[in-house]
Write a protein that binds this ligand. Structure first.
Ligand code: ISE
Length: 337
């Protein structure tokens, strides 16, 4: 069976997924694309032999598509997700689930009412071989009691449209999700520190770098350096400090170069490059679950909701510099499986 995919949103990540469906993913084909930019939708549709739509609802309800792949901007996610649920079509949604936690509640309620998961959320890091190995090492007990985690989230640069808040609700979202994934526990507080020094490479409206401090239920303390104009590359680091041993992500390059300048390794320049394998695996997972008629797996709407709750607290801290507690309601049974 070939799963017919309707892809909404033809920005950078939407196009990256399109080439993935075309070149890597088996068992699926993008049969329809949608963008409010008609020229973009027409051009991409012609290139990929798909049908162009300019209205998301029309694509969602078209009999040309079996499953909906949402790569549009966050503020329109909720309406598109609920419309897909109504049409009875499984959804893959790029992060964030919704820009605020409040908006996510309706999505959770709809899934709980349906009695099954209908959505996989695009937190691709959970499919990264490095993070998966790190999770296994933690679970093995080799590190002993985990006390600290040091994270760094470095992007070479961000466009002028990137706002101060996006450091929290667009970039740090990935660490918020991966901390929960690695430790199997929730974050209970957030504090954003604004260092006095800021890079001259950042647009004036930004404070870059920022340090975010998270604390989990059991008291693990995590520091996350968010440096989105670091200049040299797309560099994601994570080191877990246990009582007995320490474990972290290795350098990603598969080769090194020895030259008169010494030994060097390539550093990724974008999330698409750094997490290419993770993106491939998350999308294949979505397609395979649909083809097999299996229950949806991977990051859920609940994960998206919890991340949004932590982000809301992070944004409050970004304003006042204080530590903000995060209160997470009881997780519905549907998401505990
Ligand atoms: C972007 O939206 C992403 O999701 C990237 O993974 C992240 O590194 C970047 O900071 C975000 O803006």
């Amino acid at each position: 069976m070939t799963v017919k995919i309707g892809l909404i949103g033809l920005g950078m990540i939407g196009r990256d997924h399109l080439q993935r469906f075309n070149n890597v993913i088996t068992g699926a084909q993008v049969t329809a694309v949608c963008d409010i930019n008609r020229a973009a939708a027409d051009a991409v549709a012609a290139e990929y032999h798909a049908t162009a739509f300019y209205d998301a609802d029309e694509l969602i309800n078209s009999d040309q598509v079996d499953a909906i792949f949402i790569c549009s901007i966050g503020p329109v996610h909720k309406a598109q997700i609920l419309s897909a649920f109504k049409a009875g079509k499984p959804v893959f949604c790029e992060k964030p689930l919704t820009p605020t936690a409040d908006e996510s509640q309706e999505i959770i309620a709809a899934e709980v009412a349906a009695g099954k998961r209908l959505l996989q959320l695009g937190f691709m890091r959970r499919f990264d071989p490095g993070y998966q190995a790190l999770k296994q090492t933690i679970a093995s007990g080799e590190l002993g009691e985990i006390m600290l985690i040091h994270c760094a989230h470095r992007n070479p640069s961000v466009p002028e449209s990137y706002t101060l808040e996006m450091a929290v609700n667009d970039s740090a979202t990935h660490e918020i999700d991966i901390i929960r994934y690695l430790l199997n526990e929730n974050i209970v507080s957030v504090r954003v520190d604004k260092p006095r020094k800021k890079t001259s490479r950042a647009y004036p409206h930004l404070q870059d770098p920022l340090i975010v401090i998270f604390e989990t239920e059991s008291g693990v303390r995590i520091d996350d350096e968010l440096f989105v104009n670091c200049n040299y590359g797309y560099d994601i680091r994570c080191e877990v400090i246990g009582e007995n041993a320490i474990s972290g992500l290795t350098e990603q390059a598969l080769t090194y170069t020895r030259s008169p300048n010494g030994v060097s390794r390539h550093i990724s320049q974008s999330c698409m490059e750094r997490f290419a394998t993770a993106y491939d695996r998350e999308v294949q997972n979505f397609v395979d679950n649909i083809s097999r008629g299996s229950a949806m797996t991977g990051p859920s709407s609940w994960d998206g909701y919890v991340v949004a709750l932590v982000c809301d607290a992070g944004l409050a801290s970004l304003k006042d510099g204080q530590k903000h507690d995060v209160t997470i309601p009881e997780c519905p049974a549907l998401y505990l499986a």
